[in-house]
Ligand binder design. Structure first.
Ligand SMILES: [Zn+2]
Ligand SMILES: [Zn+2]
Length: 252
């Protein structure tokens, strides 16, 4: 699998990055399959610097906060009104109310909303198979319904935290992952609200507890010093750890 960071800014776009979006690719049956993990504010623009956005096969949303889903609106316009013709309907996995939420986001009637462009589907308890990917979603703790994603292909495992506090669901998703892409939105030493986000230290401790092999920290908000988040994570995790950067591709 190849993971490319499209947007990694936490909670809102920063000066050098869109909000959350990651491109995951794997070769299968003679072609490259491409899925997006989240499609947050500003990410659709950056995506086009890396790949033809028309070649995306599916979108996996971790939750419905604006910084993780709002650029589905532009993606809907591109797919529906492209002068060379409407593009095929593709699956969008997300929380149960994703279709209605995205219709409201674009100010569409709920019927049909975006359902002619996107086949909205919910995550099940069991793994779902899509092309080369086996995708498992685990509920995590956040003010809205939110999932961590565990994606396997070619015998390798990528885990993505979405937004979450410390919880068993996150530990499960990250278990022995080859690459753990984990949010780190908070700093230690201040009274952070519970069940919302992780500090760098908590991200590192989660990676250590889960036996992840490599940790990439993401979703650091522009108002924090990312170097501090990195230092915190290194205190808790002895393996390789780095900050996500726009345009970086990882071979998982
Ligand atoms: Zn977020
Ligand atoms: Zn969120």
């Amino acid at each position: 699998m190849r993971l490319t960071v499209i947007g990694c800014s936490g909670s809102y776009p920063g000066p050098g990055s869109a909000a959350s979006c990651y491109l995951l690719e794997a070769d299968h049956e003679g072609r490259t399959w491409r899925v997006l993990l989240d499609l947050g504010s500003g990410a659709l623009g950056t995506l086009q610097q890396h790949v033809d956005a028309a070649t995306i096969d599916a979108v996996l949303l971790s939750h419905l906060h604006a910084d993780h889903c709002l650029d589905l609106c532009g993606f809907y316009v591109m797919r529906k009104f492209h002068p060379s013709g409407a593009m095929p309907r593709i699956p969008v996995w997300g929380p149960p109310d994703t279709a209605a939420r995205m219709a409201r986001a674009y100010d569409l009637e709920e019927e049909p909303g975006m359902t002619e462009e996107f086949d909205f589907q919910t995550y099940e308890q069991t793994a779902l198979a899509f092309g080369p990917f086996s995708i498992t979603a685990r509920r995590v703790v956040h003010p809205v319904t939110a999932y961590a994603l565990r994606i396997e292909a070619e015998g390798r495992v990528l885990a993505y935290s979405g937004d979450t506090g410390v919880c068993h669901g996150l530990d499960d998703a990250a278990r022995e992952a080859d690459l753990f892409l984990c949010e780190a939105s908070f700093l230690e030493g201040v009274p952070n609200p519970p069940d919302l986000h992780l500090t760098g230290l908590e991200a590192g401790a989660t990676a250590a507890r889960a036996g992840a092999r490599r940790l990439v920290l993401t979703h650091v908000p522009p108002w924090h010093d990312a170097a501090t988040v990195l230092t915190e994570a290194q205190e808790a995790f002895e393996g390789p750890v780095e900050l996500a950067r726009v345009g970086t591709t990882y071979d998982v």
